[in-house]
Unconditional design. Structure first.
Length: 675
C-alpha cells in the first residue's frame, strides 16, 4: 500500500484530488484500481481521434450538475444566503444550511470539498489530452481545433469553479505532475486572486477563438464562444468588485491575508478602476454578438393591460414605458409568461435566446419536489424569507412602502373574487399583501392560498389545489407528513415549476428544466453595474479589440431598463441615473429579484462587501403557528435554526479540505479556517 501511495495516489488528486491518507484499506484500494484501468487504456485512447473526443467528454462529466443547489450541492448556494431557508435536516445533505449553521469545517467539508478534488482531476485529464493528442494519426486540423477549444474551456471552467468557491487556486498550467515522486515534490503554493483571474480569462480567450458561435440543437449545453465570453464577463465583474479590488472592504476582509512563502497579498489592496472598464467591455462584447436577447412572449387576450398612471416624465419617470417592446418599452409582452417560461420548461430549451450558456438539469427538475405541497406528493419546505417578498415591486413598479392609490399595498383583508391573467389564477380569499404585485412575484413565489394546477395529474383531488400554510391549513405544520416538511417562512419557491408539473398519482409528470450558468439578463445587469462604477474614461484591450468606456447613463438605462420592461415595470429615471449610489442600490435590488434562486446572490453579497450587513438582518416570515386569522403577521420563524445561523467573514470562501493543507506546507488555508 505504501508503494501505491507514492506511485498512484497523485494520479487521483495530484495531492489535491483525493485525501491520500484514505488509501489504507481494501475499500479505498478500489479507487486505485480505477487508476490502473484508466492508465492502461490511455495508449489506446490516444491512438484515434474518436477515442480522444470521448475521453474529453468523459472529463467534462466530472463537473457536478450546476442545477444541484440544495441537496448534496457542490457550492453553498441559495440556502447559504438571505434568499432561502429550510427546516430540512442537514443530515440529508443540505450543504447551504450546513454552511450557515457552522457544521462545515475544514476537517469535514461534506460534498463541498468534492469540488476541490474533482476540479483538479478534470485539470489533470485536460493536461493529459494536450500532452498526448498528437499521437492520433487520424486527427485532422478541424478535429484538433474542436478538441483544443473545448478542452481549454473545460480546464478554464474547472479553475473558475475553484476560484469562486475556494478563492485563489494552485495553477498548474500544462503540467502533468509526476506520480512517483517524494512528497516534497508536490508542495505548491496558491496563486494570487489577480493571477488566477488573468490566467482563467486568458484560457477562456484562447478557447473562444476556437469555439463556434452557435451549435446544433443536439449539442445544446456544449461550450460556445458566447459561453467563454460570458464567463470572462463575470470574472471581470467580480475582479472589479469591492471585495477583490482594494479599498476598505478588501482591507477589512483580506488586509492581513498574505502568502506564507513570499508575503504576497492574496487579494490586491490597491484599487484599480480600470477593472470596471474591462468588466463593462466584456459584457458589451456579449451584447454586441447580436445573437442573444431576453426571452419574451407576445401579449394576447389573457395578458393584463399595463398599469395606469406610471410616471413617464423625462426627469422623474420612464418616458419609454408605454412604448412597444420593439421600440424600447414594456408594451406588447405577456410579462408573466416572458419571465416564467424561461425556468418552467415551457420555452423550448435548446432555442431559448436568453441562454448564453445553459444545460439541461435533472437535479433542478427533481429539486422542485422540495417545494411541492405535502398534499400533492411534495416535501413542502424550500422556503423564501419575507425580505425577498417585500422587495418585489407593485405592478406599477412602486415599492410596497410607496404604493399608489390605484395599486395599493395592503396588509389587511382578503380578496373577494378570482382574477385570472396570463394563465395564472389569483384566487379569492387571498391576503391583500399578495395583490397588485409585479409578474415576477407570481412566477416565483408560492404563498398561502396560492393556486397549484398540477394539471398532468388526472387523479381527482390531486390537481387544481388551493394550498395554505397556516397552522391548521392543508399544508400547515399540523397536517405535515413529517415534522420538517413545512415552509418555515410561509412561502416556497415556485419559479421552476410548470403548471402541468405533478409528483403523485395518475399520469403525474414534470417538464424538463434547464439551468442557466449565464443568461442574457445577467449580462445586461453586469454591463449596467460596470459602467455605473466608472468615474473617468478608459480604453481597454479585450481579445484583439479596443473598447473606450465611461459612465454613459444612456447605456446604463438601455441595459437596465430592458430587464425591468420585460418584467412589466418601469425602469430608471434620469434623476436616478445621475446618482451613482442610487443606481447601485437599484442594481442590488434587481439582481435579488431577477436572479432569485439562481446561485448569484451568494456571490453578489460577498463581492459587494455587504455580506455581513444583509445576513445580519433578522430573518422573517409569516406566523406558521397561528390559524389563518393570525398567520399574516411578520415573525421570526419558530425554529432554532434561525438563531443558530452564523455570520462570519470566513464564510466568504469555503475551506480547503484540511488533509490537503496538512500535506502541503506551502498551501495556505483560507482566512478563518486555519483551526
Amino acid at each position: 500500500m505504501k508503494k501505491i501511495f507514492y506511485r498512484f495516489g497523485i494520479y487521483l488528486s495530484i495531492a489535491f484530488l483525493l485525501p491520500l491518507m484514505l488509501i489504507t484499506g481494501c475499500k479505498d484500494f478500489l479507487s486505485v484500481d480505477k487508476y490502473f484501468s484508466d492508465e492502461l487504456k490511455l495508449d489506446t485512447v490516444f491512438r484515434q481521434t474518436r477515442y480522444i473526443r470521448a475521453y474529453m467528454w468523459a472529463t467534462a462529466s466530472y463537473f457536478t450538475d450546476e442545477g444541484s443547489l440544495h441537496q448534496n450541492s457542490y457550492t453553498p448556494g441559495p440556502l447559504a444566503t438571505d434568499e432561502a431557508f429550510t427546516a430540512y435536516g442537514t443530515e440529508h445533505g443540505y450543504n447551504g444550511m450546513r454552511y450557515v449553521l457552522g457544521e462545515i469545517t475544514a476537517n469535514d467539508t461534506y460534498s463541498l470539498g468534492s469540488l476541490w478534488y474533482n476540479s483538479y482531476y478534470i485539470i489533470r485529464k485536460c493536461n493529459t489530452i494536450f500532452a498526448r493528442m498528437d499521437e492520433a494519426e487520424d486527427m485532422t486540423t478541424e478535429d484538433r481545433v474542436e478538441i483544443v477549444g473545448i478542452t481549454r474551456f473545460i480546464r478554464a471552467y474547472a479553475y473558475y469553479n475553484l476560484l469562486l468557491n475556494f478563492g485563489p487556486p494552485i495553477l498548474l498550467g500544462d503540467e502533468i505532475v509526476n506520480s512517483n515522486e517524494a512528497l516534497p515534490y508536490y508542495d505548491r503554493s496558491r496563486c494570487t486572486y489577480d493571477e488566477a483571474v488573468e490566467y482563467i480569462c486568458k484560457e477562456l480567450e484562447d478557447a473562444s477563438i476556437l469555439l463556434p458561435v452557435t451549435r446544433p440543437l443536439m449539442e445544446f449545453g456544449h461550450p460556445t464562444k458566447g459561453a467563454a465570453y460570458g464567463l470572462i464577463a463575470r470574472l471581470r465583474l467580480y475582479h472589479a468588485s469591492p471585495l477583490f479590488n482594494g479599498g476598505s472592504v478588501a482591507r477589512i476582509y483580506f488586509g492581513r491575508w498574505t502568502r506564507s512563502t513570499d508575503g504576497a497579498q492574496y487579494i490586491s489592496q490597491t484599487y484599480d478602476e480600470k477593472r470596471w472598464a474591462l468588466a463593462a467591455a466584456a459584457a458589451k462584447r456579449v451584447i454586441d454578438m447580436g445573437i442573444y436577447r431576453l426571452y419574451t412572449t407576445p401579449s394576447d387576450k389573457e395578458t393584463p393591460e399595463l398599469p395606469n398612471g406610471v410616471d413617464v416624465s423625462a426627469e422623474t419617470g420612464d418616458p419609454d414605458y408605454y412604448y412597444a417592446w420593439e421600440n424600447g418599452g414594456a408594451d406588447g409582452l405577456d410579462h408573466f409568461k416572458s419571465y416564467s417560461e424561461i425556468f418552467t420548461g415551457e420555452a423550448i430549451i435548446p432555442t431559448n435566446p436568453e441562454y448564453v450558456w445553459a444545460k439541461r438539469s435533472g437535479t433542478l427538475t427533481a429539486n422542485t419536489q422540495m417545494s411541492f405541497p405535502n398534499t400533492a406528493g411534495g416535501w413542502n419546505g424550500m422556503a423564501i424569507p419575507q425580505k425577498i417578498i417585500d422587495n418585489y415591486a407593485m405592478v406599477d413598479g412602486r415599492s410596497i412602502n410607496n404604493s399608489s392609490d390605484k395599486y395599493p399595498y395592503l396588509e389587511e383583508n382578503f380578496t373577494t373574487s378570482i382574477k385570472t391573467f396570463s394563465g395564472y389564477r389569483l384566487l379569492d380569499n387571498v391576503f391583500n399583501m399578495y395583490v397588485n404585485r409585479e409578474m415576477r412575484f407570481y412566477a416565483s413565489v408560492g404563498f398561502s392560498e396560492c393556486f397549484w394546477p398540477m394539471s398532468s395529474c388526472t387523479s381527482a383531488g390531486y390537481y387544481n389545489q388551493r394550498i395554505n400554510y397556516h397552522y391548521d391549513g392543508n399544508n400547515g405544520r399540523l397536517s405535515s407528513t413529517d415534522p420538517l416538511n413545512y415552509p418555515p417562512t410561509g412561502y416556497v419557491v415556485k419559479k421552476f415549476i410548470h403548471p402541468t408539473d405533478a409528483w403523485t398519482m395518475d399520469n403525474a409528470r414534470r417538464m424538463d428544466k434547464a439551468y442557466a450558468m449565464i443568461r442574457y439578463a445577467d449580462i445586461l445587469l453586469m454591463y449596467a453595474e460596470a459602467l455605473n462604477n466608472l468615474t473617468g474614461q478608459h480604453t481597454v484591450l479585450l481579445g484583439e479589440k479596443e473598447y473606450t468606456l465611461e459612465r454613459n447613463t444612456e447605456e446604463i438605462r438601455l441595459a437596465f431598463n430592458q430587464v425591468r420592461h420585460r418584467a412589466g415595470i418601469p425602469g430608471l429615471s434620469q434623476s436616478q441615473l445621475r446618482e451613482r449610489e442610487e443606481v447601485q442600490r437599484q442594481i442590488i435590488k434587481e439582481r435579488m429579484i431577477e436572479l432569485l434562486y439562481e446561485n448569484h446572490r451568494y456571490f453578489d453579497v460577498r463581492r459587494w462587501g455587504i455580506y455581513e450587513e444583509v445576513e445580519n438582518e433578522p430573518m422573517m416570515g409569516m406566523n406558521l403557528d397561528a390559524n389563518k386569522d393570525g398567520f399574516y403577521r411578520r415573525v421570526i420563524p419558530n425554529t432554532s435554526r434561525v438563531g443558530s445561523r452564523i455570520v462570519n467573514r470566513k464564510l466568504v470562501f469555503t475551506p480547503i479540505p484540511l488533509g490537503e493543507v496538512r500535506r502541503l506546507p506551502s498551501l495556505d488555508q483560507n482566512p478563518g479556517w486555519e483551526d
